[in-house]
Design a protein around this ligand. Sequence first.
Ligand code: CMP
Length: 143
Amino acid sequence: MEKTFLMVKPDGVQRNLVGEIVNHFERKGFKLVGAKLMQISEELASEHYGEHKERPFFGELVDFITSGPVFAMVWEGENVIKIAREMMGKTNPLEAAPGTIRGDFGVTVGKNVIHGSDSPASAEREINLFFDQKELVAYSKQD
Ligand code: CMP
């Protein structure tokens, strides 16, 4: 079954949106198979956002993601990577549709509440970066 990495960013944790966001994906029918509240180090932030290293906002990105606790999660389900991205909405909250997480709760492109893997390759990379396989659970066959 497909898995994706989702993370409530420091602004979302600070604003007490963790429960609301978990609830959103649970109601959709996805399974939470790994989760932890954690503080990201500068090393982990640089690795996670490695593809943005040359961007002018890279420093800002690392400063923000290390500014307070995040809630890192692994979710499982059919087409969860693509569907979770749809549920999150566009990166820029100005363009994110109402009803999406960023559309409803985000204000700026930097502080946009949630991160989600954008492809199977990045899902695998990000899950392995944040979680040990031992930290992930398997559900029984019942729905
Ligand atoms: P995320 O999905 O976590 O991945 C990269 C992040 O870069 C993205 O969400 C945005 O929060 C952030 N980002 C993109 N463009 C900008 C920008 N112009 N200024 C600050 N942050 C940005």
